[in-house]
Every structure is written in structure tokens, then in C-alpha cells.
Design a protein around this ligand. Structure first.
Ligand SMILES: Cc1cc2nc3c(=O)[nH]c(=O)nc-3n(C[C@H](O)[C@H](O)[C@H](O)COP(=O)(O)OP(=O)(O)OC[C@H]3O[C@@H](n4cnc5c(N)ncnc54)[C@H](O)[C@@H]3O)c2cc1C
Ligand SMILES: *[C@@H]1O[C@H](CO)[C@@H](O)[C@H](O)[C@H]1NC(C)=O
Ligand SMILES: *[C@@H]1O[C@H](CO)[C@@H](O)[C@H](O)[C@H]1NC(C)=O
Ligand SMILES: *[C@@H]1O[C@H](CO)[C@@H](O)[C@H](O)[C@H]1NC(C)=O
Ligand SMILES: *[C@@H]1O[C@H](CO)[C@@H](O)[C@H](O)[C@H]1NC(C)=O
Ligand SMILES: *[C@@H]1O[C@H](CO)[C@@H](O)[C@H](O)[C@H]1NC(C)=O
Ligand SMILES: *[C@@H]1O[C@H](CO)[C@@H](O)[C@H](O)[C@H]1NC(C)=O
Ligand SMILES: *[C@@H]1O[C@H](CO)[C@@H](O)[C@H](O)[C@H]1NC(C)=O
Ligand SMILES: *[C@@H]1O[C@H](CO)[C@@H](O)[C@H](O)[C@H]1NC(C)=O
Ligand SMILES: *[C@@H]1O[C@H](CO)[C@@H](O)[C@H](O)[C@H]1NC(C)=O
Length: 589
């Protein structure tokens, strides 16, 4: 009797405690699951949530990093600044190979490490691809399910559009189109509403006859125009895939998440069958294996998923042999085709006074106390409130005789944000920053193995500014930013250029400045690209399964064939929502 009661209590306790976030491998009792998801980041936690909706399905997520959700640095928008150093918590501290287009320099390539992955760590900008971007996926894959129209229900399913904490609902009127948004989804989105002194001026300048632009909702099919940034923030707090897709459901007994554990490779158990993963708690820890009855899903991100495919012997035969990895399945495009957006900051002296969160501890403490009280105030600062997106003019000589590098006429060639926030003012000198970015660069980089040690960082080549077209588009972006700064409406507000200094004038010198100061956005895509059934391009089919083998899918930014108009977390959420349905459909779940 006593032991029966004990068993009953134990099993009840087990279910309630059922949260199942295991801090280490040794706590996990089972070694078989239906689905094993490698990487608890942006895509990984969407899949974890959707696949475990069915209580009969056993799901395991394996994440290399730890928890991120309890840390004010991930919750409070401005404190994101603490996560952006070259080496910082919640990132992999990856350095690129020497960049040919950047005067041979190496730069940091931040990528998320820990639950939520890059969504726990990113700049929180919430922007979909343009209608052309998704329609291009449909064209590349021959699968209409990836078109904008077909994905629209998933776009709405993700989102819970909310009002800012700062302002009443009037503030967002005219700044977004409710038709283009979802209001019931797990992921909170808002226009932050903590104004920057430059915002209204930028809108006026861009609406003037010289630019003739209008305010648009950048998430309504196209971002061409002036766009009030929407952020993955609601109630003044960051929404990550961990806070929105994992925390609300972490009591599902059929979902297990093990953290602080790295997947080291996927093992082929019989010819063409890849359903066993090898993992370890650290370089010196013993390797252990887990097997999926149904599928292994790689969601380790654009660097991590390519690295895992290569470590598993799925890649280019000679390149694998050169680092001592035995080929299991020839797939020569793994790691190739990486595309990422180069970003350069130019700055001007601003004629205004400012108080600094970074330099003035009193102001910082006061602002933090205010955020803690009602989630408003300066702690709600994001890098910029407005973005403007441009196409090269139709008659631009840059486009003569070449294929348009953008996905279509509703898609920009470059975009920029003008702001006076402390992301650009850290020395307390009043500064206007212009952040410029190429939308859909044509240069292609790669992820390759440095060695066969899974704990060794792979080589990441972003190939920034290798193709002259990308460089010329960035130069054009600079000219457009300069024309805004020099517009009569900015007179007396924007003063001399600070960076580069005024004496840097001719195009060749501006280009050298760009090469010397371009930084990595972490929007890389394409290292396991989707392509048509039967085509030898890419790595995965339209159903995201690795071509030519069984049991293995890739669901994350690495399957995007090319960059989208702007940042890409939104597209990863959309991709993962549809992928969940594809998987459920295939297994009749
Ligand atoms: C600093 C920064 C700023 C950004 N700013 C923005 C922005 O403002 N707006 C926007 O839209 N996008 C932004 N992005 C890009 C966007 O967040 C990412 O492109 C997107 O979230 C990637 O999703 P993912 O699922 O492909 O990978 P991730 O979210 O990176 O997830 C991969 C996960 O896999 C884990 N992992 C990797 N290898 C292994 C392994 N071997 N074993 C176990 N786990 C592993 C990682 O730790 C990580 O948690 C930014 C990214 C960064 C890093
Ligand atoms: C759910 O998970 C628990 C614990 O892992 C397991 O005992 C139970 O059988 C699972 N339920 C179903 C319906 O598979
Ligand atoms: C990156 O560096 C930071 C700071 O040194 C550290 O906290 C973090 O764990 C490192 N990331 C990895 C994956 O080692
Ligand atoms: C691609 O092939 C898979 C497997 O045969 C099939 O299920 C899918 O419908 C095909 N997709 C397209 C777009 O043809
Ligand atoms: C400004 O743009 C509108 C369309 O948005 C167009 O109708 C108008 O002709 C343009 N004006 C000028 C001066 O280019
Ligand atoms: C620092 O901030 C406090 C509080 O906002 C303000 O009163 C003070 O003037 C600031 N000090 C400086 C040097 O700007
Ligand atoms: C939040 O608190 C601050 C500081 O006490 C106050 O000035 C502000 O009006 C409050 N805002 C809201 C929306 O309650
Ligand atoms: C492109 O057209 C504009 C007017 O629409 C004109 O001012 C400009 O000179 C043209 N540029 C080229 C390179 O032809
Ligand atoms: C700075 O702005 C003030 C008004 O705010 C103006 O009087 C002054 O001339 C400006 N300074 C410069 C250098 O333009
Ligand atoms: C690149 O930038 C560094 C640091 O700002 C500077 O010292 C160096 O002279 C610059 N190099 C070139 C070629 O401009």
C-alpha cells in the first residue's frame, strides 16, 4: 500500500514538475523520441511547440546554450546593448575569415546561443519579406505553398500586435495597417513609441518633393517608403521564441528540452537513414546518442546547421576528406551560397542636447526604476524608430544589362535608418547615425569546417562587398543619406560629418571607409538552401528534407535561398510555422 501511494505521488509529481527543461544530459532518462530538434532557437522552439501540441508525440529539443529568459539584458529593449559586444553571453563569439572586400579584416559574426537563439539576442526589428521575396521562394522551389499569399495565414498566426506602453492607441494610427497583422498569436509585436528627436524631421524630409516618399506599413507586402519600425516587443518587454513559444507550454509532458548540450553530428544508421544524433555536454564529456522514430530536424541556424551537416559527412566529398570527415552522402552545396547583408554606419554631429544612459548613472538608475514600475521611458530605446527603403532608379547604370539583384519591383535595393539614439551616441557627443544596408546582395560566402572537431568553430566567410554591385549600392545608399542630412529641413540640426571625417570626400575614399567599417548584420541565409524537387541546386527540397536521404530535415534561416528585403526573424517564424504543418501532415498528426 505504502509503495503504491509512493508510486502514485511520484508519478503525479512527475507530471506536474513535467516542465522538462533538463539542465544537463545526465538528467534525461529516455533515449528515443518521435522528433529530435537540434537547436532551441528561433525556428527550433516554434517546431517544439507545434509538434508537441499532440500529446501522443514525444519531442526532444537539444540546445547548446542555457536559459536566457530571466535576464534583464534580454528583457529590457535598451539593455540589448550589453549583448552586442564581440564576445558576450548568449552568443557563439564567432569571427569571420579574413574578408577580401573588407581590406582583409576579420569581423565578429554574432549568433544566438541559448534558448530563443538569435531572437533572445537580436535587434528586435520585426519585418517580413516583401511579397516578391516569398513569391521568389515559390518560384525557386516550384512550391506555391511558399508564396506570400499561401504563407499569409502563418504570418498572422505568429503575431499578437499590441499597443505601445508609452502612448495611447492613437500613436499607431496611420503607422500600420491592421489588415496586415495578427492579434491572437503567441509573439507580441509593437511599435515601441519611445520617440527619437529626429523622427518627425526624417518623415518631413522624406515626404518633401526631393524624395516624394510616403509612410507605409513595411509589413504590408512591401517596405518601399518610410516605415515606423515594429519590434518583437510587447508591454515594453522583448518577445523571443523562448518567451512566446516555450515558456507558455513548458508543462507539456511530451516535450523535453535539454540545455547546455551540443549536438556533435547526425549518424547514418543504415544506408540513407539519418535519425540518430550524437551529443555531448562539452568537449571533454562523453558522447551519447538519441534516436528519433520519425525525424531529426536541424534548427541550429545558418552556421550551426551547415556545420552539423558537414560533421555528419553530408557535403562536398573532397572538402570533407580534407578535414578528416568521411563522406556519408554527397551534397556539394552544403555551406555554400551564404548571403548576408553588409551594414555601414555614417555619422554626423547633431545640434541638440542629450542626457546619456551610458555616461550618466543617475539617469540610468532613474530610467531603470521607471521601466520596472510601468515598462515605459528611455529603457524602451531601440536603435532606430524609422527605416526607409529605396530602389535604385529605373535608369540606373548599375542595373544596365544585369539581372535585378532584388526579388522584384516591390523590394528595395537598400535601406537605412537615421537616428540619434545611444547606439550612436555612446560618447555623449550628440550624434546622428545613418545605418545603411544592402538589401539583397549578390556576393556569396560560405560555412566550411575548420576541422572535424565539433567544438571547433567553423570558418564563416560572409563575402561582404566582394561583388562591385553590392559596393556601388552601398555607395548609393550613402549618397541618399547625405542628401537627407543636407536637406534644408535639417539645417541647423545636422552639422558636420563625424565619421568618416569631412576630408574624406571622393567616392574611392568613401568606399575605403565602407570597407574598413562594415559590420555583420546576423541575417545570413542560404547554407542549406531549398530548391525544386529533382534539381541539383541547393540542399533541401521544398519540403525542407535533405535531398537524397531519409529522416533529416532542416528548418531555419539556412534554407532561405537568398536574403529577404530586410532582417529575417519574421521569415524564420513563418517558415517554422509552415514546416510544422508539413511535418504533421506527413506523419498524419
Ligand atoms: C545580434 C543579432 C541581431 C539581429 N537583429 C535582428 C533584427 O533586429 N531583426 C530581425 O528580424 N533579425 C535580426 N537578427 C537575425 C535573426 O534573429 C536570425 O536570422 C534568426 O533569428 C535566425 O533563426 P534560426 O532559427 O535560423 O537560428 P537561431 O535563432 O540562431 O537558432 C539556432 C540555435 O541553435 C543552437 N545551436 C547551434 N548549433 C548547435 C549544436 N551543434 N547543438 C545544439 N544547439 C546548437 C544555437 O545555440 C541557437 O540557439 C539578428 C541576429 C543577431 C545575432
Ligand atoms: C507523454 O510523456 C510521458 C512522459 O514522457 C509518457 O509517460 C506518456 O506515455 C506520454 N504520453 C503519450 C500519450 O505518449
Ligand atoms: C562567448 O563569450 C562570452 C563572454 O566571454 C561567454 O559568456 C560565452 O559563454 C561565450 N560563448 C560560447 C559559446 O562559448
Ligand atoms: C516534392 O517531393 C515530395 C516528395 O516526393 C512531395 O511530397 C512534394 O509534394 C513535392 N513538392 C513539389 C512542389 O513538387
Ligand atoms: C510623387 O509620387 C506620387 C506617387 O506616390 C506620384 O503620383 C507623383 O507624381 C510624384 N511626384 C513627383 C513630383 O515626382
Ligand atoms: C544626469 O541625469 C540626471 C537625471 O536625469 C540629471 O538631473 C542630470 O542633469 C544629468 N547629469 C548630466 C551631467 O547630464
Ligand atoms: C510611468 O511612470 C513614469 C514615472 O513615474 C510616469 O512619468 C509615467 O507617466 C508613467 N506612464 C504610464 C503610462 O503610466
Ligand atoms: C535618370 O532619370 C532621371 C529623371 O527621371 C534623370 O534626372 C537622370 O539624369 C537619369 N539618369 C541617367 C543615368 O540616365
Ligand atoms: C543650433 O540650434 C540652435 C537652435 O536650436 C541655433 O540657434 C543654432 O544656430 C544652431 N547651431 C548651428 C551651428 O547651426
Ligand atoms: C581603418 O580604421 C582604423 C580604425 O578606425 C584606422 O586606424 C585605419 O587607418 C583605417 N584604415 C583605412 C585604410 O582607412
Amino acid at each position: 500500500m505504502a509503495s503504491f501511494l509512493w508510486i502514485l505521488l511520484f508519478s503525479v509529481g512527475f507530471r506536474i514538475a513535467g516542465a522538462k527543461i533538463y539542465d544537463s544530459l545526465s538528467e534525461l532518462e529516455k533515449s528515443q523520441f518521435d522528433f529530435i530538434i537540434c537547436g532551441g532557437g528561433n525556428a527550433g522552439l516554434v517546431l517544439a511547440n507545434r509538434l508537441s501540441e499532440n500529446p501522443a508525440v514525444q519531442v526532444l529539443v537539444i540546445e547548446a546554450g542555457g536559459r536566457t529568459q530571466d535576464d534583464p539584458d534580454t528583457q529590457i529593449p535598451f539593455l540589448d546593448i550589453n549583448l552586442l559586444a564581440d564576445r558576450a553571453k548568449y552568443q557563439w563569439n564567432t569571427t569571420t575569415t579574413p574578408q577580401k572586400g573588407l581590406l582583409g579584416k576579420t569581423i565578429n559574426y554574432p549568433r544566438g546561443f541559448g534558448l530563443g537563439g538569435s531572437t533572445a539576442h537580436n535587434g528586435m526589428i520585426w519585418i517580413k519579406g516583401s511579397v516578391d521575396d516569398y513569391d521568389n521562394w515559390a518560384k525557386v522551389t516550384g512550391d506555391d505553398g511558399w508564396s506570400y499569399n499561401a504563407l499569409e495565414p502563418y504570418m498572422k498566426k505568429v503575431e499578437r500586435f499590441t499597443n505601445p506602453t508609452e502612448k495611447g492607441p492613437d500613436f499607431v494610427n496611420g503607422k500600420f495597417n491592421p489588415q496586415a497583422h495578427g492579434f491572437q498569436g503567441p509573439l507580441g509585436i509593437s511599435i515601441i513609441g519611445n520617440e527619437d528627436r529626429i523622427d518627425d524631421l526624417v518623415v518631413e524630409v522624406l515626404k518633401s518633393k526631393e524624395f516624394n516618399m510616403s509612410v507605409v506599413d513595411g509589413n504590408d507586402k512591401s517596405s518601399l517608403g518610410i516605415w515606423w519600425i515594429q519590434s518583437s516587443v510587447s508591454g515594453g518587454t522583448r518577445s523571443s521564441s523562448a518567451t512566446s513559444y516555450l515558456d507558455p507550454i513548458d508543462c507539456r509532458p511530451n516535450l523535453s528540452v535539454v540545455i547546455n548540450t551540443q549536438v556533435t553530428r547526425v549518424i547514418q544508421t543504415k544506408k540513407g537513414d539519418f535519425r540518430t544524433v550524437e551529443v555531448a555536454g562539452g568537449p571533454k564529456e562523453p558522447r551519447q546518442t538519441f534516436t528519433a522514430c520519425k525525424e531529426v530536424i536541424l534548427s541550429a541556424g545558418v552556421v550551426g546547421s551547415a556545420q552539423l551537416l558537414l560533421l555528419s559527412g553530408i557535403g562536398h566529398k573532397q572538402e570533407l576528406a580534407a578535414v578528416g570527415v568521411k563522406l556519408t552522402h554527397e551534397s556539394p552545396n552544403v555551406g555554400k551560397g551564404l548571403s548576408n547583408q553588409p551594414q555601414t554606419l555614417f555619422s554626423w554631429e547633431g545640434n541638440f542636447t542629450m542626457n546619456s544612459l551610458i555616461a550618466n548613472q543617475t539617469f540610468f538608475d532613474e530610467s531603470l526604476a521607471r521601466w520596472n514600475k510601468n515598462h515605459t521611458g528611455p529603457m524602451n530605446t531601440v536603435p532606430a524608430n524609422l527605416v526607409s527603403a529605396f530602389r535604385l532608379p529605373e535608369n540606373s547604370t548599375l542595373l544596365k544589362g544585369i539581372e535585378d539583384p532584388s526579388a522584384g519591383p516591390r523590394t528595395p535595393h537598400y535601406y537605412m535608418g537615421l537616428a540619434t539614439t545611444e547606439y550612436f551616441n555612446s560618447g555623449s557627443q550628440p550624434t546622428i547615425g545613418a545605418v545603411l544596408q544592402v538589401s539583397e546582395p549578390i556576393s556569396r560566402g560560405s560555412v566550411t569546417l575548420n576541422s572535424n572537431d565539433p567544438f571547433d568553430q567553423p570558418n564563416v566567410d560572409l563575402a561582404f562587398l566582394v561583388e562591385d554591385l553590392d559596393t556601388q549600392i552601398l555607395l548609393q545608399a550613402y549618397r541618399t543619406a547625405k542628401a537627407q542630412i543636407e536637406h534644408p529641413l535639417m539645417k541647423g540640426f545636422a552639422l558636420d560629418r563625424l565619421s568618416p571625417p569631412p576630408e574624406v570626400q571622393i567616392d574611392d575614399d568613401i568606399i575605403i571607409y565602407m570597407r574598413n567599417n562594415t559590420i555583420a548584420t546576423s541575417h545570413a541565409v542560404g547554407t542549406a538552401a531549398m530548391s525544386r524537387n529533382g534539381s541539383h541546386d541547393g540542399v533541401v527540397g521544398p519540403d525542407l528534407k535533405v535531398k537524397g536521404i531519409n529522416g533529416l530535415r532542416v528548418v531555419d534561416a539556412s534554407v532561405f535561398p537568398v536574403n529577404l528585403q530586410m532582417n529575417n526573424q519574421a521569415a524564420v517564424y513563418h517558415l517554422a510555422e509552415r514546416a510544422s504543418d508539413l511535418i504533421k501532415h506527413e506523419w498524419h498528426l
